[in-house]
Design a protein around this ligand. Structure first.
Ligand SMILES: [Zn+2]
Length: 272
C-alpha cells in the first residue's frame, strides 16, 4: 500500500452533492439522494449563526476537470478567495453534461434519475429544486437556451431565465442578486465546454474561458456578499465532468478515465 500505480478516483461522487446542498440549506434531502458530504455540513455549522444557509449561490461551470485545477492552480485564486473547502469529486458515467447535472441535483445515480446518455428530457425524479419548492424557497436557474440546465429541471415552480448566451446568463444572475431576493440562484456557464470541444482543452480560447469562469464566479460572489452581508449564506462552484483531448486535438469527454471523471468542487460559507 502507499504506492499509487493504478488509477485513483476521488472518494465522493456527484451523487453526494444533492443531499449536501439540501441539508446545507436546511431543507429535506431529495427523496432518492445518496449521503451528504460531512465536511460541507460541518462548514455550514461552523460558519453560520442559524446552522444553515438561508441564501445559496450555485455556480455551474461546464467541464472543468480536476487536472485543470492541478495544472492551472493560479487560475482558481478568484474562486478560492471566496471558499474555504476544496473537494476532489468523481463524475458519473457516462461523463456527459445532462447525466452529470441530473445526478448533481437529484443526488441519485443515472440509473435512478433516468438520463443515461446524452439526451435532455425533463427529469421526474425528486431533486434539490423540488425540495426547495416544498420548503417555500424562491429559486432561479439562469442558463443559456438549449443547454442541459435550461431543460432537465423544467416543470418545477421555480423561475427559469433562459438566455441567448452564457454572458447574458451571468448578467441575469448578477441582476437577480443585486435587485431581487431569491433564496437560491443557479448560474450555468458553458463557455469552457464549447471552446474545448472546438479548439482543445488547453487552447488559448479555452484557457481564456476558464479564466472567465473564475472571474465570473468572483464577480457574482462579491455582489452576493454585498447584498446579503450578515445573512447565513453559501456559495459553491460545482462543475459536472472533466475533459481530455482526442487524437484530432479537440476536447472530448464521456469516458471512464481520470481526465473526464475527476473534478473539483469549491464551497464557501459565511455569515459576515
Ligand atoms: Zn458538461
Amino acid at each position: 500500500m502507499g504506492q499509487i500505480n493504478e488509477t485513483v478516483y476521488p472518494h465522493y461522487t456527484l451523487a453526494n452533492v444533492g443531499a449536501t446542498l439540501a441539508l446545507a440549506a436546511g431543507i429535506e434531502a431529495p427523496a432518492q439522494s445518496e449521503e451528504p458530504i460531512p465536511a460541507v455540513l460541518n462548514l455550514v455549522k461552523a460558519n453560520t449563526v442559524s446552522g444553515k444557509a438561508d441564501k445559496l449561490l450555485i455556480f455551474n461551470p461546464d467541464a472543468v476537470a480536476l487536472w485543470l485545477y492541478l495544472r492551472y492552480t493560479d487560475f482558481f485564486a478568484p474562486v478560492q478567495r471566496h471558499t474555504q473547502l476544496t473537494l476532489p469529486m468523481r463524475a458519473v458515467m457516462p461523463s456527459v453534461t445532462p447525466v452529470c447535472f441530473g445526478t448533481i441535483y437529484t443526488g441519485a445515480m443515472p440509473a435512478v434519475h433516468g438520463i443515461q446518455k446524452y439526451e435532455k428530457p425533463v427529469i421526474k425524479t425528486d431533486s434539490f429544486f423540488d425540495s426547495a419548492v416544498r420548503a417555500g424557497k424562491k429559486t432561479a436557474i439562469c442558463a443559456v437556451d438549449g443547454c442541459s440546465m435550461s431543460r432537465i429541471f423544467l416543470e418545477r415552480e421555480i423561475d427559469y431565465f433562459i438566455t441567448e448566451s452564457d454572458l447574458e446568463a451571468a448578467e441575469k444572475a448578477l441582476k437577480l442578486i443585486n435587485e431581487d431576493d431569491y433564496d437560491i440562484i443557479v448560474c450555468y456557464q458553458g463557455n469552457y465546454d464549447s471552446t474545448m470541444h472546438g479548439d482543445g482543452t488547453e487552447a488559448q480560447t479555452s484557457l481564456d474561458a476558464l479564466l472567465d469562469n473564475a472571474a465570473c464566479f468572483d464577480r457574482l460572489v462579491k455582489a452576493f456578499d454585498k447584498r446579503w452581508a450578515g445573512v447565513d449564506r453559501l456559495c459553491a462552484w460545482i462543475t459536472d465532468h472533466g475533459a481530455h483531448d482526442g487524437p484530432d486535438g479537440r476536447g472530448s469527454h464521456g469516458k471512464d478515465i481520470t481526465e473526464d471523471m475527476n473534478v473539483t468542487h469549491f464551497w464557501g460559507v459565511t455569515h459576515a
